[in-house]
Design a protein around this ligand. Structure first.
Ligand code: NAI
Length: 265
């Protein structure tokens, strides 16, 4: 790539075709809405047609461009079908996909001695790690045709540390960091950037069962910014990595965690 001459357009995803997994809730939903507000064409994918359509309608009501697909990221056939349909929707005569955001996730908390441990391990790895590999493999032929191809994988503070009863989740999220770094190196000569985002504690579907009092206590003790984050704050981190101007950032893990992972005392 020649020395880039950045313009205002380099700080815009206007017209870019963006696919987000797990986009019916929390961070995925906020990211879909932010990209649409920024002028991207957003493919909203998740489990459950009604949940997906609700987000598409929210975006349409703000005059954004979005289309919904039901997509279970553990289903290889569905991944293939949906990614190809999204690329055709992106641009009819020459399929287009610029940004892949691997966000789908769930929490399965089990101690290592739990009789059901293996079920939690299997689903955690399937949804949060193996699925990212599958979507990336299917999206690559399209990303290779894109002008500013971006892969963004959602990891976690659990991608750099660990917590009790979360070993499957933690293993998956550490795996995301390894996958991201290795692919950043492998795909670098093609100009495809591969980055990860590590959310700290965020107000989403995943954390809504935790009583507010516990959240406040946790945040005061562990997070320098003293609070849980909002999905929109995550979405802006993702957007930053997707910009054409972020062309020299790859293999990076961007923590959006209120400082949680750098706090010693
Ligand atoms: P959320 O529960 O609000 O959203 C997760 C979405 O993933 C849901 O809409 C769910 O339907 C979808 N999903 C689950 N299994 C799926 C499957 N098989 N196929 C397709 N979609 C599936 O949770 P949140 O917080 O927005 O999670 C987004 C990402 O952020 C996840 O990868 C999560 O691990 C990560 N994260 C969240 C944190 C938090 O505090 N909320 C902290 C660290 C990471």
């Amino acid at each position: 790539m020649d020395n880039p001459e950045f313009t205002n357009l380099s700080r815009s995803v206007q017209g870019h075709v963006v696919l987000i997994t797990g986009a019916a809730s929390g961070i995925g939903r906020a990211t879909a809405k932010l990209f649409a507000r920024e002028g991207a064409k957003v493919a909203v994918t998740d489990l459950g047609e009604e949940r997906v359509e609700a987000v598409v309608e929210e975006i349409a009501s703000e005059n954004g461009v979005a289309k919904g697909w039901e997509l279970d990221v553990t289903n290889s056939e569905q991944i293939k079908k949906v990614i190809n349909e999204v690329a055709l929707w992106g641009e009819e005569n020459s399929p287009r996909l610029d940004v892949l955001i691997n966000n789908a996730g769930l929490s399965a908390s089990t101690s290592i001695d739990d009789p059901n441990y293996e079920a939690g391990w299997d689903i955690s790895l399937a949804v949060m790690l193996t699925a990212q590999v599958k979507t990336i493999r299917e999206a690559l032929p399209h990303l290779r045709e894109a002008k500013n191809p971006r892969i963004i994988n959602i990891s976690s503070t659990e991608g750099v540390g660990g917590s009790p009863t979360s070993s499957a989740y933690t293993a998956a999220k550490h795996g995301v960091v390894g996958l991201t770094r290795s692919l950043a190196v492998e795909l670098g000569d093609e100009g495809i950037t591969v980055n990860a985002v590590g959310p700290g504690p965020i107000h989403t579907g995943m954390t809504e069962a935790i009583p507010e009092e516990m959240k406040t206590k946790f945040a005061r003790r562990r997070v320098p910014l003293r609070r849980y984050g909002h999905p929109e704050e995550l979405a802006h981190g993702v957007l930053h990595l997707a910009l054409p101007a972020s062309s020299y950032i790859t293999g990076h893990l961007l923590m959006v965690d209120g400082g949680m992972t750098i706090k010693n005392n």
